[in-house]
Design a protein around this ligand. Sequence first.
Ligand code: PLP
Length: 429
Amino acid sequence: DTTASATAAPSGAVLDGPALWSAQAQMPAVLGRQLVIERAEGSYLFTTDGRRLFDGTAGLWHANVGHAHPELAQAAFDQMRTLETFHIFQRFANDRAIELAELLAGISPIPRSKVLLNSGGSDAIDLACKLARRHWQREGRTSKQIILSREHAYHGLHAYGTSIAGLDFNREGLGTESLVPETARVSHDDLAQVEAAIERIGAERIAAIVSEPIQGTGGVNPPAPGYLEGLQRLAREHDILLILDEVITGFGRTGEMFAAERYGIEPDMITFAKGVTSGYAPLGGVLAAPRLWEPFYVDAPDTPVFRHGATYAGHATAAAVAIANLGILERDGLVARAAELEHVLRRELEGLAARQEAVVDVRVAGFLGGIGLDERIANDRVADRAIEHGFITRPLRGNTLQLSPPFIVSDQEVVDYVAAIELAITEEA
Ligand code: PLP
């Protein structure tokens, strides 16, 4: 799929192309070689130039029940014919948002959760960070404003996510180091360093620490043994809120409904998105513990208001799709299936690592894998070659390849997927 724009010497001219400005792309490098998806079935995508591609990443880790599921399409259609949405500001609500929140509270690893809804993962992170700051202001501990996050972390690209990410390139060229004040990053794997950072900064200045249970975009990094437990201990000892960002891991990716269960963590807030609707509608949100919501529910004249919301918070069609999606996960036993697929993926990736010298390490936690390549091989070249063979993998930080197919794939499809990546590696080696 090489074209003039990709291969000719750069002319310095301004190139034109489709009106759609792609995300995270150096535009001249993608013009003329975009993979335009026009249709999908289950785990397969079909492009306008006639290719059939295995979606080995479930899109951006979202299409957990597979693509173009008729039941989810029906749920959206039925809801739009009944009530597309109505906002949930002040005394208004809609029945789908209420029903979804009840369902989510029922499966939340945080006892007696309340549920805040909005449009996606970046939104959820903004919301959680604001609620953390609001919590301490309301408590009168007004200096507790700093949001700690980890090296290599990814939390989306709204103002908070951009600022707290441990991926500096997403902050380049925006001016100040952070778009929001009061952020700091800590070690992604060394608890002693985290503790030292807390002592240096001062717990009385720290509102919350945000962590993905398994770092995704930062390179598929499962937590070091004991890291999350240690983070929870430090947070509790120092009266710092713990926010677990389960935007990737929520709704089954780790073989449990939430990674909090896999690792035995009970955070103060969980952010979620992606898997809640399997990406069929933009929806995200926050599960919040009683210490966060109870003060806002006190029956008193001066009870505070949490001033956050958006037109699409609790969007009825998105909620209807989420309800149907959770029903499919349950009925089809897909969370347990993800746990089974973890073993298949681990077996295949360990075999690959044993055979291929260029594979430095493989990292698997849940049905989520990363292949670390040595410096002689470029992950983006391998990913391009895999696409030529009909399989999508994604280059991530640390010369890593991402493997996170939908939960509906067969064991054999995992075997074929890893084999295709192996072929691409040998071609590049
Ligand atoms: N948090 C994590 C851990 C993510 O992986 C992502 C997206 O990949 C986000 C937040 C942002 O979610 P969204 O892209 O839906 O805004």
